[in-house]
Design a protein around this ligand. Structure first.
Ligand code: SF4
Length: 425
């Protein structure tokens, strides 16, 4: 049964001490009811309340921290939605490269590889790497004895153990429990994956990451989507963990494409082969695009822009600070090859019609923007070109400002070059 904020509130100490980071117990209870916080984030919760509520009130996807407790590291999980238009995605994926930047290519390839080493040598190698690294890391291997030695050597760094499979699940779960480290778990099918995470949880592993093979692209997109849906929509606890995807292949172009795909499709960590800048740039751009808040429009600064070598006779155009609108106008002005001023008003990131409908854009707004940006000091004429979508502004602008000749421009930015060619001599 879903917990209500009031039901949760009744179990809290009601002291409003703020130790949970919220101003009141009620504010905290509302976050727990919305599955944004775990009940156990209140440090003063009674044991009875913990037992009664903690499982039911846990967020559908666990927050997993990789790296030393309380220090800089990587936080994954605690996402709440399937689709970005519902709400923003909160935790941008971490990129896990297999090459240490501080080493030469040969040294790096040798240093990161612990497979094939004896346990002592593996432990010494990861300890040396941990001493050089300021970022959290993933220890990858299959042999439980080697992994136990390697993880044990740097347990205080809380590395991610990669990865428990059907072949080694019990032994890897023990390594994770003994060292209090997060564990990646992977399987051929979702059924087997659920069995493995249940078994690891029963063995005492708290923090897990669901590990997928991104090279099996179609299967992985399907599986990772189903796992997330089961966790978020059905509260299916065995999948209530963030995901990671290994897309490491030799072909840099393909690796970039796969990495970008799984930026959009729910990966919390993406394992890649190369940390080459040319490969990383498109992936980082994808991350920046996907992990913005879709409910907050992208904006440009509201100010006077100069496009080309403007002078006192250059046309003055007006538009809003919705970035898509502005860049369309700027691009078409460039295409016209007529140097122009573009006066951009702050409409809170709304385009022309939305701003007009939402009462964020009026003739008064236009006049105010022109005055604040001192546009009249830049040109000796008093002609202003306004978007064709707001022709009704013309009379009021001419009546209330020094801009006595308002020209109705095209409705669409693509019409700007032809408009300027015809109307600006
Ligand atoms: Fe209330 Fe607990 Fe938060 Fe203190 S830490 S304000 S008692 S919920």
């Amino acid at each position: 049964m879903a917990l209500t904020a009031m039901g949760i509130y009744k179990s809290l100490p009601k002291t409003n001490c703020k130790d949970c980071g919220f101003p009141t117990c009620m504010a905290f209870a509302m976050q727990v009811a919305a599955k944004q916080k775990a009940l156990t984030d209140c440090p003063h919760l009674s044991e009875e309340a913990k037992e009664e509520f903690s499982e039911a009130s846990a967020p559908p996807m666990k927050l997993v921290h990789i790296g030393p407790e309380g220090e800089a590291g990587v936080d994954l999980g605690q996402e709440t939605v399937m689709f970005r238009h519902e709400e923003k995605f909160y935790k941008p994926p971490a990129l896990a490269g297999k090459i240490a930047a501080s080493l030469s290519d040969e040294e790096a390839m040798a240093a990161v590889e612990i497979e094939g080493l004896a346990a002592d040598a593996a432990a010494a190698r990861v300890k040396a790497l941990a001493g050089k690294s300021r970022v959290p890391f993933v220890i990858m291997g299959e042999d439980p004895a080697v992994m136990a030695a390697a993880v044990g050597a740097v347990a205080d760094k809380r590395p991610l153990i990669y990865k428990a499979t059907e072949q080694n699940a019990d032994a890897f779960a023990k390594i994770a429990v003994d060292n209090k480290c997060p564990l990646a778990v992977g399987a051929e099918t979702l059924d087997k994956l659920a069995d493995l995470t249940k078994a690891a949880k029963d063995a005492g592993v708290e923090d897990m990451i669901l590990a997928f093979d991104g090279r099996k692209t179609v299967q992985t997109i399907r599986d990772i989507t189903r796992a997330r849906r089961a966790a978020l929509k059905k509260g299916f606890r065995p999948f209530g963990f963030p995901a990671m995807v290994d897309v490491s292949v030799d072909d840099a172009t393909k690796e970039t494409m796969l990495a970008s795909t799984f930026v959009a499709k729910y990966a919390g960590i993406i394992i890649i082969n190369s940390l080459d800048g040319a490969e990383l740039l498109p992936v980082m751009t994808s991350i920046q695009n996907i992990y913005t808040d879709p409910q907050v429009p992208n904006t440009v600064e509201a100010k006077l822009y100069e496009v080309g070598n403007v002078n006192e006779n250059s046309p003055v155009l007006f538009t809003t600070n919705f970035s898509l609108t502005y860049f369309c106008v700027e691009g078409e002005v460039e295409r016209s090859k007529v140097p122009c001023y573009i006066c951009v008003a702050d409409t809170e990131g709304l385009g022309i019609l939305n701003a007009y409908a939402g009462d964020k854009l009026s003739a008064e707004t236009v006049v105010k923007a022109l005055a604040e940006q001192k546009v009249a000091e830049k040109v000796k004429h008093r002609k202003l070109i306004i978007p064709g979508l707001i022709p009704s502004f013309r009379a009021e602008i001419e009546d209330t400002s020094e801009w006595k000749e308002v020209l109705i421009g095209p409705e669409n930015a693509t019409g700007i070059p032809a408009f300027l060619a015809k109307n600006w001599k």
